[in-house]
Design a binder for this molecule. Structure first.
Ligand SMILES: O=C(O)CCC(=O)C(=O)O
Ligand SMILES: [Fe+2]
Length: 260
């Protein structure tokens, strides 16, 4: 196993330095999204790219329709209400138990330094791994035509690492201000306008090796369809605010095709 300093470019991103973490926290507060370019070293990125390739035959693909809140249809509202409108998501996933034991993703995920950095940036006391065997670290694969429809996450924050960018399409788009989950409020008008392509959206050009951290529960976001044969491959590092959490059985069945 390589040490963390050979996996993360710590000269560019001194994550063990509290003043650097404070700067990142400020950026996240200001823009709702933190983008750290060239977070991975060149060597680690190349190794993760080949690891992702080697797992290709293990990918479980799922395709589904869902509304922006990822909830059952609200029968008290019309079918064309912005919170009931269905969009399509289709992507592939390799779950945690298939990530090789020596993977750099595990080194990052388990690192106290990385976890402390994430906690500091997110202003959280402590973050915890999932206790089920599938959900903590995932590779996500978006092949040509695949996409993620507009949604708010169930988890309050998301940490992703871009492993392979597609040649075209597969853009991460987002709109700030659509929901305040803590207050149980949504901006129906804004969601409706976004769904009808009548609202400007932010678009991120995410290069390979970039770490993105954002408040997915309160930020409407999507991934546009990949339009190149080169797939979009992204690793997600998934933590919880509470200890001993499992991803729901429904979600595991849907995303991984199995429960264990
Ligand atoms: O692929 C991405 O960049 C975002 C993934 C995402 O939004 C999700 O898995 O909920
Ligand atoms: Fe999401």
């Amino acid at each position: 196993m390589k040490p963390l300093r050979e996996i993360i470019d710590v000269e560019r991103h001194p994550i063990d330095d509290e003043s650097y973490a404070a700067r990142c926290r400020g950026e996240l507060k200001k823009t709702s999204i933190l983008v750290l370019n060239n977070f991975l070293t060149k060597a680690a990125l190349a190794e993760l790219q080949s690891e992702a390739q080697s797992l290709h035959e293990k990918i479980f693909y799922c395709s589904r329709k869902h509304n922006v809140l990822l909830t059952e249809k609200n029968t008290r509202l019309d079918d064309d209400h912005p919170c009931n409108v269905e969009v399509v998501s289709d992507k592939g996933c390799v779950p945690h138990d298939l990530i090789p034991p020596g993977s750099h993703l595990r080194t990052i995920y388990n690192s106290q330094i990385f976890q402390s950095f994430a906690q500091s940036v997110l202003s959280l006391e402590k973050i915890h791994p999932y206790v089920d065997t599938l959900s903590s670290i995932n590779y996500n694969y978006y092949e040509e035509t695949q996409q993620l429809g507009w949604h708010f996450d169930n988890a309050s924050f998301a940490i992703t690492l871009m492993i392979q960018s597609p040649a075209s399409g597969g853009k991460f788009q987002y709109v700030v201000g659509g929901r305040q989950a803590a207050k149980n409020t949504v901006d129906v008008q804004l969601i409706g306008a976004v769904l009808q392509n009548q609202h400007p959206v932010e678009e991120l050009q995410v290069g390979e090796g970039t770490l993105v951290l954002f408040s997915g529960r309160d930020t409407l976001h999507r991934v546009t369809p990949v339009t190149s044969p080169r797939a979009r491959v992204l690793a997600t590092l998934n933590y919880n605010l509470e200890k001993n959490m499992e991803l729901s059985e429904n979600a595991r069945a849907m995303f991984f095709g199995r429960l264990h």
